[in-house]
Ligand binder design. Structure first.
Ligand SMILES: [Fe+2]
Length: 224
C-alpha cells in the first residue's frame, strides 16, 4: 500500500512507456465520445470534453464526487489559474469493463512513481473539418502531476496528431509517435514535457481524434 509513503521512498524507474492494450476491444469505448459537450474554455469549438475523478482502492475503481479542475499558470499558460467545470463521464462508460481495465492498467505504472491513489480521467474529442484541431493549444508542457497517460480510442479520417515527449531541460525530442487506437503512452510528468501536433481532416466530411488523458494525482480546485 503506497498511500502515506514518501515520494523519495519510491523506486521509480519509469521515464515513459508505450503500452499496447490488445486484451480488450477498444471500439466499445467509442460511442461514449459522440455526445461530449463542447469545451467552453477554448475558442473555436473544436474540443469536446468530460472529466471525472477516481480513487483506486484494493484494485477497484471508486468514482469520487464532482470537483472542478484547476491547473497552475506555471504549467498551463493558456488556462492556468482558471477554475474549470466539466460534466461527469457517463455512468455507462464508467461501468464498462474495458474502461475500468484501462484505468487500472495506468495505475499499475502510477503506483511505482506516485504516492497518490487518485486518477483524473479526461475524456476528450478533438475535431477537424475545414479548420485544424489542436490537441495541445498550450504548447509543449507538463501537467504538474506525477504521471500522465494518453490512451488513443479512435482516429477517424485525420492526419497528424503526433505525440511528442521532450527532455525537460532543452526540449530535445525524446520520443514521437502517432498513437493508434489501443495504445497507452505513460509519461513521468516530473521528468518529461509532452505535446501533440494539430490534426487535419483528410476530407471535407471532417475527422476526429478521441483520447483519454489520465493524470495521477488529479488536478483539483480547492473546495469552497
Ligand atoms: Fe498535458
Amino acid at each position: 500500500m503506497l498511500t502515506g509513503s514518501k515520494q523519495q521512498d519510491l523506486n521509480c524507474t519509469i521515464s515513459y512507456v508505450l503500452d499496447s492494450l490488445k486484451f480488450f476491444n477498444v471500439a466499445k469505448l467509442i460511442p461514449s465520445f459522440t455526445h461530449l459537450p463542447v469545451d467552453p474554455y477554448l475558442k473555436g469549438d473544436y474540443r469536446f470534453r468530460k472529466l471525472s475523478h477516481f480513487q483506486i482502492t484494493h484494485s477497484h475503481l471508486v468514482k469520487l464526487p464532482h470537483r472542478a479542475m484547476l491547473q497552475s499558470k506555471a504549467y498551463n499558460p493558456l488556462l492556468g489559474n482558471v477554475k474549470r467545470e466539466y460534466a461527469e463521464l457517463d455512468q455507462a462508460l464508467v461501468n464498462l469493463e474495458e474502461f475500468q481495465l484501462l484505468i487500472l492498467e495506468f495505475f499499475e505504472f502510477c503506483r511505482r512513481c506516485s504516492t497518490s491513489n487518485k486518477v483524473d480521467v479526461h475524456q476528450i474529442r478533438i475535431t477537424a473539418n475545414q479548420h485544424v484541431g489542436n490537441p495541445a493549444p498550450e504548447g509543449i508542457h507538463r501537467d504538474g502531476v506525477d504521471m500522465i497517460g494518453i490512451f488513443c480510442v479512435n482516429r477517424d479520417n485525420i492526419i497528424g496528431g503526433e505525440t511528442h515527449i521532450y527532455q525537460s531541460k532543452d526540449y530535445s525530442l525524446a520520443f514521437t509517435k502517432v498513437l493508434e487506437p489501443g495504445e497507452l503512452l505513460v509519461v513521468n510528468d516530473r521528468q518529461f514535457y509532452h505535446f501533440t501536433t494539430p490534426i487535419q481532416a483528410r476530407s471535407m466530411t471532417g475527422g476526429v481524434r478521441d483520447v483519454f488523458v489520465l493524470t495521477c494525482p488529479g488536478l483539483l480546485a480547492a473546495q469552497n
